[in-house]
Design a protein around this ligand. Structure first.
Ligand code: 4AD
Ligand code: MG
Length: 465
């Protein structure tokens, strides 16, 4: 039977019993005796295993000795109604071909529950476990839902470059890109600086921290765009919420003010959570039962609540009045730490919070300046258990004001002439935000560590696989 007629295990579970089938997959477990053996087979299409029944008259124990956890099989047989509990159908095997064995003495993914830390060390195999099968099927569903949402709402998918010379966030956390011989770096004539003119691009380049600046070029031409791609940050934060390589979704919209931007962010994120609830039921149920008994109810809660909107200044008041002892003391002007965000979301409001109007000194140069001269029209969406899941703003549309801010920050604008042209030629009010894809996945899987929602995490001192 050709591969295009083979049915996946997911498809077989919705098929009526009584037909001849071919199932291929990896052995999860085998049990039984000389009269009958039961193999639990999984092909990744669903959390559910297909039970393969091997009659002892046809399959001696010896013929099944290489059918061990991790081995890959091609099973021919008949799909029959299952007598056993826990599954509707099973396969009565007539023939088993072993594609590949897995030595039980060395195959690391045995049945016993492994720690997340151990599974991270075998990230090349962990997708074969129940938990990571769920996580990466959900990751796929969320990526699809993101494109679906924007497609349904008139946005264009724009591909922004990964190699760039501009530091969008101005935090100086970029990975350099070079083909120079690091043992023999050319210097300028005075010997004081690196001479990038001989480098591949003839200038200093790095991996992008955000596609926003090019996204703004798209929005001010196409109207509404979004990016969805990898971004890179060389920030030395070894936390459960930071990666050096993460995926970001960045919509950017002409004519949206900060209120429109907040409404879009709320609608978008609710759509995604609802999509997961409706389309990833089995996987969510497994994660809910295994790790986080409140996962599904927390997700339903978010879908059914209006997010709270609070200014930074109001948040600082709430935090100082809370009477709580925070590790990092709060006062107007400081960036909120995760303990502060979690107090607001989990203890005070008990729902997602959209914080706006931050002190200009803790935010990037492109945010629209308020008339008070102190704050900018930024917005952060804070989520239970996660903290910041979205960061965005209305953009400063006045050339004069943005130039003034750039001067205050002593930024080098030689790389930004093209960006400033949007303010020079037909400038318009516009807004956008960035959703951290893995932060979203933390929320919709209940995983505790961001390293466990991306197949191959990159973090300080770790780039294995
Ligand atoms: O708040 P950030 O830095 O905003 C920007 O990059 C803007 N240019 C976005 C925009 O307005 N178009 O990052 C946006 C989001 C954060 O809210 C967070 O969810 C995620 O990206 N994020 C990270 N996720 C994982 N690891 C990291 N190191 C992250 N840094 C930011
Ligand atoms: Mg941010």
């Amino acid at each position: 039977m050709g591969e295009f007629t083979r049915k996946s295990i997911k498809e077989l579970f919705s098929q009526a019993p009584g037909s001849k089938v071919v199932v291929k997959g990896w052995v999860r477990t085998k049990r039984g005796n000389k009269n009958v053996s039961f193999i639990a087979l999984n092909d990744g299409s669903t959390i559910k295993n297909m039970q393969i029944v091997c009659d002892g008259a046809k399959f001696s124990e010896d013929s099944l000795k290489d059918v061990t956890t991790g081995a890959c099989l091609c099973v021919t047989g008949e799909l029959v109604e299952s007598m056993g509990k826990g599954q509707s159908v099973e396969v009565q095997a007539s023939e088993i071909e072993i594609y590949g064995t897995a030595d039980p003495n060395s195959y690391p993914l045995q049945k016993k529950g492994h720690s997340m830390e151990f599974l991270r060390e075998i990230a090349h195999l962990r997708m074969r476990s129940n938990t990571f099968g769920c996580v990466f099927r959900i990751r796929n569903a969320m990526a699809f839902a993101i494109h679906k949402y924007f497609n349904e709402h008139g946005f264009f998918y724009l591909h922004t470059p990964l190699i760039t010379e501009s530091d969008c966030e101005g935090a100086g956390e970029m990975f350099q890109v070079t083909t120079m011989d690091l043992k023999n770096i050319p210097l300028t004539e005075d010997g004081k600086e690196v001479d990038f003119s001989s480098d591949f691009f003839g200038k200093q380049t790095a991996l992008t921290v955000s596609g926003q600046l090019e996204g703004e070029l798209g929005a001010t031409s196409l109207g509404k765009i979004y990016t969805f791609g990898p971004t890179f940050r060389a920030e030395n934060s070894n936390t459960p919420r930071h990666l050096a390589e993460f995926w970001m979704i960045e919509p950017e919209m002409a004519f949206y003010d900060i209120t429109d931007n907040m409404e879009l962010a709320e609608d978008f994120i609710k759509y995604l959570v609802r999509y997961a609830l409706e389309n990833c039921k089995d996987d969510l149920q497994f994660l809910n039962d295994m790790f986080d008994k409140e996962l599904i109810s927390r997700m339903e809660g978010v879908v059914n609540t209006k997010f709270e909107r609070v200014t930074y200044t109001q948040a600082i008041e709430l935090l100082t009045q809370s009477g709580k002892k925070f590790e990092f003391p709060v006062h107007w002007g400081t960036d909120l730490q995760s303990e502060h965000e979690r107090y607001l979301v989990e203890e005070y409001f008990k729902k997602p919070v959209i914080l706006t109007d931050f002190p200009k000194d803790i935010k990037a140069f492109y945010m629209k300046q308020n008339d008070d001269g102190k704050t900018v029209r930024g917005m952060d969406v804070l989520f239970p258990k996660i903290g910041e899941i979205i960061g965005g703003s209305e953009r400063e549309s006045s050339l004069e004001k943005i130039n003034k801010r750039i001067a205050e920050l002593n930024m080098d604008t030689t790389n930004l002439w093209w960006y400033l042209d949007t303010r020079k030629y037909g400038t318009c009010p516009h807004s956008g935000f960035g959703l951290g894809f893995e932060r979203l996945l933390l929320f919709v899987t209940g995983m505790q560590n961001i390293r466990d929602v991306i197949p191959f995490p990159r973090t300080p001192k770790n780039a294995e696989f």
